[in-house]
Design a protein. Structure first.
Length: 454
């Protein structure tokens, strides 16, 4: 991809966030102790924590800090995974799974602590995260999560239907799950603030410099770009869902084990004070249990930030505006007319089991992918752990459940098919609410997406 043609998405965050720091390209031959590829949340957190320890680090970024998923998402800070609960994680990973669960438990607080420590103006609000349940049967999800996360010391609470109604201003849900450490941020402001903080401690960040390849040579890692190369003792690959977007050959074992699924985000015009006081009264982050997720939160200007998914031909922007308008008016009839001033999108890196993938790529080299919609909270402490790893902290002390890469068969084909799983999610949601079959979808779609190979 030619980075001279890379543009910022026409997002709310790009419109309201002060510009990031001026950064050089990687030109000629450079050296660092640790090389980080990718200036999203993970890469910037890794660099920041390395500089706190006095380690020389350079970040190589294809576009600009926060250009990818880190600057395009909804900004909800959610200290859990999307589907696996603590017992699932521990059953798969054992003792390191327990450490990973503890990292997840504290992930939102770690993020907000970093924001406070470095005085990052990220429009941050630690107002909590609420997961309402969309059908009576799904209250079991909330009950299970409260039970399991309480066991590990998380400040969680089971909410009745009345409590969720009082919190959200909607009677559409049947109860829910509340984690008090969650909240929301302006994600692009967070990324740019992390970049400034890392630079302030002496990190180097090279922008507009897509990594073309990396190799091990003479006990050093060599990362090549179009105009230069940089060598280092250790390497961290922090490209997540965008691992194959600039160079398909850079790290194919990571790029093909994650499914980049396009997620649409949108912002309403600022709600009036009277309406805002009746919708999500405590300004929590809200995302429910629908397969086709319903989610919303406020920004600092009282816009409601929400989104969804859309399939098929035609103007996707106009169609998603119509679909989400209907949804908001159904959830909150008091909202009245809805007008969206920004609509944008970005990739979410999905794995088949909804667990992140963390890998050893060689001596002193690590990589990861698979945020599954939980990157904002997860990536800040994950970067801290990766910084420990390249400093030689024993694996028995790390919260990093390492696995071998497991790629999707026929990744390119499945990438085209994957968005159509939305139909299956809509079908299941309708069934749970007793609305019958809105269409027929054969189970082959699920089976083909779950097909994996080593």
């Amino acid at each position: 991809m030619n980075t001279t043609n890379v543009r910022w998405p026409s997002s709310l965050w790009a419109a309201v966030t002060p510009s990031g720091p001026e950064l050089p390209e990687l030109i000629g031959t450079q050296q660092a102790d640790v090389i980080v590829i990718g200036a999203g949340f993970t890469g910037l957190s890794t660099a920041l924590h390395l500089r706190e320890a006095g380690v020389d680090v350079a970040v190589v970024e294809a576009a600009e800090p926060g250009w990818g998923a880190s600057g395009r998402n909804n900004g909800q800070v959610i200290p859990t995974l999307s589907r696996p609960d603590p017992e699932d994680i521990i059953a798969k990973h054992g003792a390191v799974g327990e450490r990973f669960v503890a990292m997840l438990r504290d992930s939102a607080s770690v993020l907000f602590d970093v924001v406070q420590k470095y005085k990052i103006e990220a429009e941050h609000e630690q107002s909590g995260w609420v997961q309402p349940v969309h059908s009576p049967g799904r209250i079991r999800i909330a009950e299970r999560r409260v039970k399991q996360w309480s066991k590990f010391g998380a400040p969680v609470e089971l909410l009745s239907r009345q409590q969720v109604g009082d919190m959200t201003g909607s009677d559409a849900w049947y109860g829910g799950f509340w984690n008090k450490t969650g909240g929301h941020v302006n994600p692009l402001a967070l990324a740019r603030g992390l970049a400034r903080a890392a630079l302030g401690l002496g990190a180097r960040i090279y922008a507009r410099s897509p990594a073309i390849s990396f190799e091990r040579r003479n006990d050093k890692w060599i990362v090549k770009t179009a105009k230069g190369e940089i060598s280092g003792r250790a390497l961290v690959m922090a490209t997540n869902a965008y691992s194959g977007e600039f160079s398909r050959s850079l790290v194919p074992e990571i790029a093909t084990e994650v499914m980049p699924v396009l997620s649409w985000q949108m912002s309403t015009q600022p709600l009036s004070d009277n309406v805002r006081k009746t919708i999500i009264l405590g300004r929590q982050a809200v995302s429910d249990t629908h397969g086709e997720l319903y989610f919303a939160r406020y920004d600092a200007r009282n816009r409601l930030i929400t989104g969804g998914a859309v399939l098929g031909p035609g103007s996707k922007v106009e169609r998603i505006k119509a679909r989400v308008t209907e949804r908001l008016q159904r959830l909150w009839p008091q909202i009245g007319d809805v007008s969206f001033d920004y609509v944008w999108n970005g990739y979410v890196g999905m794995t088949a089991d909804f667990l992140p993938r963390i890998h050893r790529l060689g001596p002193n080299a690590y990589g990861w992918t698979g945020c599954n919609g939980r990157a904002v909270a997860l990536t800040i402490p994950l970067g801290r752990e990766l910084a420990k790893a390249v400093q030689g902290v024993p694996e028995s002390e790390l919260a990093l459940p390492f696995t071998e890469p497991v790629t999707y068969v026929a990744h390119g084909l499945l990438r085209k098919i994957a968005p159509w799983m939305l139909l299956l999610y809509r079908h299941r949601d309708a069934q749970e609410l007793g609305k019958g079959n809105s269409f027929e979808l054969l189970p082959w779609a699920e089976r083909i997406l779950a097909t994996r190979r080593r």
